[in-house]
Every structure is written in C-alpha cells, then in structure tokens.
Design a protein around this ligand. Structure first.
Ligand SMILES: Nc1nc2c([nH]c(=O)n2[C@H]2C[C@H](O)[C@@H](COP(=O)(O)OP(=O)(O)OP(=O)(O)O)O2)c(=O)[nH]1
Length: 238
C-alpha cells in the first residue's frame, strides 16, 4: 500500500493547559475534539505545515517546540503526528471550528474528558504527563491580584481563565483591619506578571508583592518592599 499522507496536529500549551478544537466536518467527526492542524503539502516541512494551518484555522502564530512520540493511523490514507507548540503572536480564535477550549490534565482524558477524534487518543498519555509536569512547575509561581470590588475580581478571573491560565478567587484580609466589608478580593493565578499588572491596573487593584517574592527565587536575593504595591494608573484616585 502507498505511504499514508501526514496530518499534523498542534498541542498548543499555555500554562498547564492545552488548546482543543471542536470539528464541524465531516458529519461523522462533527462535535469531536482534535488538535488543530491539517495535511502536510508535498515537499512541505511538517513544522511549516503546522504553522501555516494554525494561522489559517486560529489566526495566530505558533512555534513548534517538540514532537510527541509516534504516529497514529487516521485511516488507510492518513496518519497523524503531534507537536507541542506555544503561541508567539496573537490570540487563537476559531475560524474553522465551532469551539475552542483550554483543557488541563484532569479534563483531557478518562471519564468526563473530551470526546477526542480516535487518532488523537494515543497521544493523550504523553500530553497528560506534560501537563502534569507543567502543573507542578506552576505551583511554584502564583501571583496574587488584590481587588476591592467582587465584580472586578470576577472580571479578572474570567479573563485569565479565558486566556488559559489557572485562576481562583479568595477573600483577602488586610492586616490591621477587622471590618469584613472592607476585605478585598484576591485572584490567585499562574498568569505572567505583566498580564496581571495590566489587569489590576484596568480594575483598580494591585499586585501583592508577597506572592511575587514567592515565585522561584532568583540567583541573587531581590530587595522587595514588604507592603502591597499599588500599580500607578493615569488619572486613578489613590
Ligand atoms: N487537523 C487534525 N486532523 C485530525 C486530527 N485527528 C484526526 O483524526 N484528524 C483527521 C481529520 C481529517 O480526516 C484529517 C485532517 O483533515 P483536515 O480537514 O483537518 O486537514 P486540512 O485542513 O489540510 O484539510 P483539506 O484542506 O484537505 O480539506 O485528519 C487532529 O487532531 N487534527
């Protein structure tokens, strides 16, 4: 039999989650999840094909960082390889799928997991392993954004989760204050510091420096201020 044509799929990883896309065609595959990608053209490098397909399907630019082991048979004519990739430009939007979702190790496989295309399943154990390793890494890098208003806190939480980061809400206590109504909200997240800074600036909050200090220690100790740091915002009331 002639060699199978190669289909490449991208496991786009951000934080400890991977981006899954829901197919709309053909009818038997509609509603099932895949890793975005497509067929490699004759003479095309697989990584180039993947970057081209992702630009077409999601409107963003990725960089392939590694290939997962093995290939998987799709049918008599096609076989699938999967690369781990990261976004280098833009935000993914579904141009050819009807849904995108950022899924962590817990939602990837097993009961309650996504209904994947059959050919993707052999890659799930390795992918789960990668996401678990990323989770461990992340536990060491949590930032705390402090916001006075619950609506602001919820907006920040939604935005971070929508972008694929881990984030959860906690009720914050300010030292020396005991009036419950004055206790602000804290959003704990693994998002990068620049993004959290932009969001707290937009929602009149601040980034708690204690948690910045709790990220993996730099080679030389940093001289960090001990109190919460107010991010300056043009025109904001202090
Ligand atoms: N892109 C992608 N295709 C997959 C995956 N798993 C899987 O079985 N497939 C199948 C579905 C299709 O039969 C085939 C890829 O076709 P496609 O329609 O996505 O590729 P393409 O964009 O190059 O399509 P076309 O131009 O030939 O229409 O591989 C996966 O994770 N990603």
């Amino acid at each position: 039999m002639a060699e199978r044509r190669l289909v490449v799929g991208a496991a786009i990883v951000r934080g400890a989650r991977v981006l899954a896309a829901r197919r709309t065609t053909p009818p038997e595959a509609a509603g099932r999840w895949e890793l975005p990608g497509g067929k490699v053209e004759p003479g095309e490098r697989p990584a180039d094909a993947l970057e081209r397909e992702i630009a077409e399907e999601l409107g963003c630019e990725i960089e392939v960082t590694a290939w997962l082991g093995g290939t998987s048979e799709i049918d008599d004519h096609l076989e699938l390889r999967v690369a781990v990739a990261r976004i280098v430009e833009g935000e993914p939007a579904p141009h050819e799928h009807d849904r995108l979702t950022w899924v962590g190790a817990d939602g990837l496989d097993g009961p309650g997991g996504l209904d994947w295309m059959a050919a993707d399943r052999p890659f799930l154990p390795e992918l789960t392993h990668l996401l678990r390793a990323a989770e461990t890494e992340q536990r060491r890098a949590v930032l705390r954004a402090v916001l006075f208003d619950e609506d602001d806190a919820t907006a920040v939480l939604r935005r971070l989760r929508g972008d694929g980061y881990e984030a959860h809400l906690e009720r914050e206590r300010l030292a020396g204050e005991d009036d419950d109504e004055d206790h602000p909200w804290a959003v704990l997240t693994d998002a990068p510091q620049w993004l959290v800074e932009v969001l707290v600036d937009d929602h009149e909050g601040w980034l708690d420096d204690d948690t910045v200090a709790a990220t993996p220690p730099p080679a030389a100790p940093l001289d960090l201020p001990s109190g919460p740091r107010r991010i300056k915002r043009p025109g904001a009331q202090t």
